[in-house]
Design a binder for this molecule. Structure first.
Ligand code: ZN
Length: 330
């Protein structure tokens, strides 16, 4: 009796495994034949037609394009998510709720450039159909132009390079957060000490007299652990950083022809991000006028970092690698 039961069980297990393996094989076969079915139940931007082919959902594709563009405009994934929410943009569940993590996933998804990677996950447990990330356990297939693209390959590539640039920047300056600056605190994680290379931190000097309350930035290496010598750089007033950007932008506008010519050369760069930024910088500059107030969107689109030298010189590093020196109080 017992023997028989276990025999039946074994039989069912084999049957289940064989169906599962068959269906996996079936997917691979279809893939090799170019007949690809992609699971995209939670996949913003596309619908499936009656044959299971991916077709662009015009309404949703606008959201995808917006996310890609804003990322390259210098916004962080978190800010993009908050702004989609405040604009009441609906996600794939029909709710105006967006997460930083899902924005990041969208920004790295090759399906938006029309390609498809099959077998990103694979079946680990044939009985309960549990799937796991495929890190080389089963073959992966990459198909270019398997369906219509929402994002052109140039822009998609630029986004990947920009993501890498932000990651490397955070690593280089030992910054915990990938995207630290916000519209209210645009200099966070971007002010670099010219003396020791560490990041400047924001400090509020409080006073009972409101007029004496000050926000300053100073090197994080100024007061190290006991026994170590602190960085001797001086602190800098918050207002000077805002003014430095205004001055630099106005200098660029005044020398429009020079900068447009310079950026035209980068249009032929081998690097997709450099090409994208050059095109974007030229477009910005063609529209730009002199400013007397800080413009946070221009700042995020243009500036990578601000280095403070000990002689008080402020050096703005633009995202294309251009550096512009700026004396404060002018
Ligand atoms: Zn320092």
């Amino acid at each position: 009796m017992c023997f028989l039961t276990s025999d039946i069980c074994q039989g069912r297990q084999d049957e289940s495994r064989s169906i599962s393996e068959n269906s996996t094989w079936g997917i691979r076969r279809r893939f090799e034949q170019g007949k690809l079915h992609i699971n995209h139940t939670k996949f913003l931007g596309y619908d499936k037609d009656k044959d299971g082919n991916l077709i662009i959902n015009e309404q949703q594709s606008k959201i995808v394009k917006r996310i890609y563009k804003e990322f390259l405009d210098g916004k962080g994934a978190n800010r993009i998510a908050r702004e989609l929410e405040s604009d009441g943009v609906l996600n794939w569940h029909g709710k105006a709720k967006w997460y930083e993590g899902s924005i990041r996933k969208m920004l790295t998804n090759e399906k938006y450039k029309g390609d498809a990677l099959l077998q990103k996950t694979y079946t680990v447990d044939f009985l309960n159909k549990k799937r796991s990330d495929n890190n080389g356990q089963v073959p992966q297939y990459y198909v270019e132009d398997s369906h219509p693209a929402i994002i052109d390959k140039e822009m998609w590539e630029a986004v990947q390079l920009e993501m890498e640039r932000r990651r490397n920047f955070a690593l280089e300056y030992d910054i915990q957060k990938f995207e630290y600056a916000t519209t209210c605190n645009p200099f966070a994680g971007r002010v670099i000490c010219g003396s020791c290379g560490q990041i400047f931190g924001r400090k509020v000097w409080n006073s009972t007299d409101e007029r004496l309350r000050r926000i300053i930035w100073r090197c994080n290496g100024k007061y190290p652990a006991k026994g170590k010598k602190g960085c001797e750089s001086r602190h800098i007033d918050d207002g000077l950083l805002y003014q430095a950007f205004i001055n630099v932008l106005n200098l660029i506008v005044e020398n429009k022809d020079y900068f447009i010519k310079k950026w035209m050369e980068s249009l032929h760069s081998e690097n997709a991000l450099n090409r994208y930024k050059a095109k974007q910088f030229i477009a910005i500059l063609r529209e730009a006028r002199e400013i007397d107030k800080f413009d946070v969107d221009l700042y995020f689109a243009l500036v990578e970092k601000i280095t403070i030298n000990n002689d008080g010189l402020i050096i703005l590093g633009l995202l294309d690698g251009t550096t512009i020196e700026c004396e404060p109080n002018k």
